[in-house]
Design a protein around this ligand. Structure first.
Ligand code: ATP
Ligand code: FE
Length: 335
């Protein structure tokens, strides 16, 4: 079957066409407008989605080389995300499904970040159940025990900031543009991760906390800049490496704990932060040191994209799990 999927939960407008488990197209229009504001401005995001949605869907169909009349179903991100953004994709998907008289499938964005691992890719070995998913993105930080496609249990999550926020807010303190995560990654590669030790937060169980780290980094930078106004410029690589090292340690510590508690040694990462080179390297190291088996998806399927929405749509299609015609977007939508 052919599924068209639409993703508009945050600041990327995306559409993908899937044929069974294979992606035929995955078009993403990122919104540059937010860079100037140092973060996503919801009002601007929804307007940009409205402008982008039709051209993006057009392109996705053209790239897949199919006509909309050949589609079997429309899948869309129902939540979680920004309400104004979700409304654009939801309304568009509903209208198109109604117009074409084909089923509509609602998808949870966080479930999609996890099931992205099941997109058919030549050189990629899919995880087997059960596995642990570490979802690290701009809005979420979760460890999920995945028992089957639709049986997932959140066993740990952040009690304040998400890990992507920790990267982006740290970058902002250093005067770097938004989103700063990839820049911290870039500078960290040239720096000494042990140059500046930051204390790790103490959080019970498998939960995370990143807001204390952000404050610690802020005071650390302020104090050093007082002594030497050129501190950031001189030590940027070392500061970034130290921040990244601390964040990775926090994540790996909790993963070790989760593996111990569940007995599951298979780990799949997802979400935009899984693009981070340090995290990727640490997981690979975990394979050697702790006997983990790790899964790192293709980069384009880690950040927000409609391909991951399409694969969930496909699994739901197989189960005849369709949305009601009065389905509405859901900004807070738990796994
Ligand atoms: P959610 O999926 O929770 O709704 P989101 O859609 O905003 O959040 P993603 O697009 O999955 O999040 O990820 C974006 C985040 O990933 C940003 O915080 C960005 O800084 C971070 N990020 C991307 N690449 C890297 C990298 N190489 N190193 C660290 N962080 C990165
Ligand atoms: Fe996301």
């Amino acid at each position: 079957c052919y599924i068209l999927a639409i993703e508009s939960s945050c600041d990327d407008t995306s559409a993908a066409v899937l044929y069974n488990e294979k992606i035929l197209s995955n078009v993403v229009a990122s919104q540059k407008i937010h860079e100037a504001y140092g973060g996503v401005v919801p009002e601007l995001a929804s307007r940009a989605h409205q402008q982008n949605i039709v051209p993006v869907v057009h392109q996705a169909l053209a790239k897949a080389n199919i006509d909309k009349k050949e589609l079997s179903a429309i899948a869309f991100t129902r939540g979680p995300g920004l309400m104004g953004s979700l409304l654009v994709g939801t309304s568009f998907a509903k209208s198109l499904a109604y117009g074409l008289n084909i089923p509509l499938i609602e998808v949870n964005h966080m479930q999609a970040h996890i099931l992205a691992h099941f997109i058919e890719e030549a050189e990629y070995e899919k995880p087997t159940f059960p596995f642990l998913a570490l979802t690290i993105s701009g809005g979420h930080t979760q460890i999920v025990k995945v028992k089957s496609y639709f049986d997932m249990e959140v066993i740990g999550e952040t009690i304040d900031d998400a890990v992507g926020e920790a990267f982006d807010k740290s970058a902002k303190i250093l005067g770097l543009p938004y989103p700063g995560g990839p820049l911290i990654d870039k500078y960290a590669q040239e720096g000494n991760p042990k140059a500046f030790p930051f204390t790790k937060p103490k959080v019970a169980g498998l939960n995370f906390s990143f807001s204390g780290l952000k404050t610690a980094i802020m005071y650390f930078v302020q104090n050093n800049v007082k002594e030497d106004p050129d501190f950031i410029e001189k030590s940027l690589n070392d500061i970034c490496a130290s921040i990244q090292y601390t964040i990775i340690n926090i994540l790996v510590d909790k993963l070790k704990k989760a593996v111990k508690e569940t007995g599951i040694k298979q780990i799949a990462i997802g979400g935009g932060v899984s693009a981070n080179s340090g995290i990727r390297a640490s997981l690979k190291e975990g394979e050697k040191r702790f006997g983990w088996k790790t899964h790192i998806p293709k980069f384009e399927y880690t950040t927000d994209n409609a391909a991951m929405i399409a694969i969930v749509g496909y699994f739901k299609y197989l189960e005849n799990d369709f949305a009601d015609e009065n389905v509405a977007a859901k900004a807070r939508y738990h796994l």
